[in-house]
Design a protein around this ligand. Structure first.
Ligand code: A3P
Length: 312
C-alpha cells in the first residue's frame, strides 16, 4: 500500500501545515481514507439488507448515525440505557473505509446496524451499487460545510486560526481539494444514481431535519425498514429519540466531551468533541466576504443547479 501511495498524484495543502492529499479515481483523498477506500473496494461485500449512511464530511454524519442507531436499537435498549449515552455515535456505527473489520463483524453477527461511509458514489465497492441495499444520503448548506470542515481539520492538525487563513482553505475547497475531494461531485454522484433507482435512495437535508425533525425521523425509520407504530408515536418514542440525539444532549455527554476515536495511530487521533462545534445554520455568514459568497454561489449554480437541491 505504501508503495502504491507514491504512484498517485499528490497535492500539498499549504494552509494545513503541508498535509498531503492523493488523487485516486478522480477524487483527492487523505492517506487514511485513500487506504481505506482501496481496502474496502478489494474486500467488502454488501448484503442485500445492508443500509448505508452516506455523507460528505461535516454534512451531518454524526447526527444521522445517532438517529439511525437510536431507531434501530429502540426495542433493545431503554432510552435511559442506550449506548449512545456512553459511546460516540462514531463508535456505534463504524465507517466502511476506516473500520472495515468492525463493519464486517457487524455483518457477520447480523446485528442490522447501518454502515457509514464518506466515499464518493463511483468509488463504492461494486456490490453496494449492484445489490438492493439502501442508501441514505444527508447533505447540508455548502457554505456551512466549508466552515465546519475548515475548523475540524484545522483543530485536528492543531493549527490556530491566525495560522490558517480561511481564504486559502476556501480556495482549495473550490478547487475540489479536501480530505474527500469536491463536495459538488460527491452530491452529484449520489443524485445521478438516484435518478435511475429512486427506491434505493433517501435524501435528507440537514436544515430540513432541524426545522422538522419529527417527519424526517419518521421518513428515515420507514426507509430503513423500522417504521414507528401509532402506539410508539403516542408514547413519545420519536420525541425521545430526537431529544436523545439532539446536539444539545449529545455534545454535553461526558463521552463526547472527553473521549477519543483512534483512526490510524500513525496518522491521527480524533477527539470526540471535534464532531460537535456549533451546529448552527448560517454560521458561514461570520466567515464569507461578498466576493467569497459570489464565488461559491456561482460554483453551486454551475455544478448543482441541475439537481434542484438547495445548497446555499
Ligand atoms: P458545525 O461545525 O457547523 O457546528 P459531521 O457529523 O458530518 O462530521 O458534521 C459535523 C457538524 O454537525 C458540526 O457542525 C457539528 O456541530 C454538527 N453536529 C454534530 N452533532 C449534531 C447533532 N446531533 N445535531 C445537529 N448537528 C450536529
Amino acid at each position: 500500500m505504501e508503495d502504491m501511495l507514491k504512484t498517485f498524484p499528490q497535492h500539498v495543502c499549504s494552509w494545513l501545515k503541508g498535509a498531503i492529499v492523493y488523487k485516486y479515481q478522480d477524487v483527492w483523498l487523505n492517506e487514511v481514507f485513500l487506504k481505506g477506500t482501496i481496502l474496502a473496494q478489494q474486500r467488502f461485500k454488501a448484503h442485500p439488507n445492508d443500509v448505508f449512511l452516506c455523507s460528505f464530511p461535516k454534512g451531518g454524519t454524526t447526527w444521522l448515525k445517532a438517529l439511525a442507531f437510536a431507531i434501530i436499537t429502540r426495542e433493545t435498549f431503554d432510552i435511559s440505557t442506550n449506548p449512545l449515552l456512553s459511546t460516540s455515535p462514531h463508535h456505534c456505527i463504524p465507517f466502511l473505509e476506516k473500520e472495515l473489520a468492525e463493519v464486517e463483524e457487524n455483518q457477520k453477527n447480523s446485528c442490522s446496524l447501518p454502515i457509514a461511509t464518506h466515499m464518493h458514489y463511483h468509488c463504492l465497492p461494486d456490490s453496494v451499487v449492484t445489490s438492493n441495499c439502501k442508501i441514505v444520503y444527508i447533505y447540508r448548506n455548502m457554505k456551512d460545510v466549508i466552515v465546519s470542515y475548515y475548523h475540524f481539520v484545522r483543530k485536528l492538525n492543531k493549527i490556530p486560526m491566525e495560522d490558517a487563513p480561511f481564504e486559502d482553505a476556501l480556495d482549495e475547497f473550490c478547487n475540489g481539494v479536501s480530505w474527500y475531494g469536491a463536495y459538488w461531485d460527491h452530491i452529484l454522484g449520489y443524485w445521478q444514481a438516484s435518478l435511475s433507482r429512486p427506491e434505493k435512495f433517501l435524501f435528507l437535508k440537514y436544515e430540513d431535519m432541524k426545522k422538522d425533525p419529527k417527519s424526517n425521523v419518521k421518513r428515515l425509520a420507514e426507509f430503513i425498514g423500522r417504521p414507528f407504530t401509532i402506539e410508539e408515536e403516542n408514547e413519545g418514542v420519536i420525541d425521545n429519540i430526537i431529544k436523545m440525539c439532539s446536539f444539545e444532549n449529545l455534545s454535553n455527554l461526558e463521552v463526547n466531551k472527553c473521549g477519543t476515536k483512534l483512526h490510524d495511530e500513525k496518522v491521527y487521533t480524533v477527539e470526540n468533541h471535534l464532531f460537535f462545534r456549533l451546529a448552527k445554520d448560517g454560521d458561514w455568514k461570520n466567515y464569507f466576504s461578498h466576493e467569497m459568497i459570489e464565488k461559491i454561489d456561482k460554483l453551486i449554480d454551475e455544478k448543482l443547479g441541475v439537481t434542484g437541491l438547495v445548497l446555499k
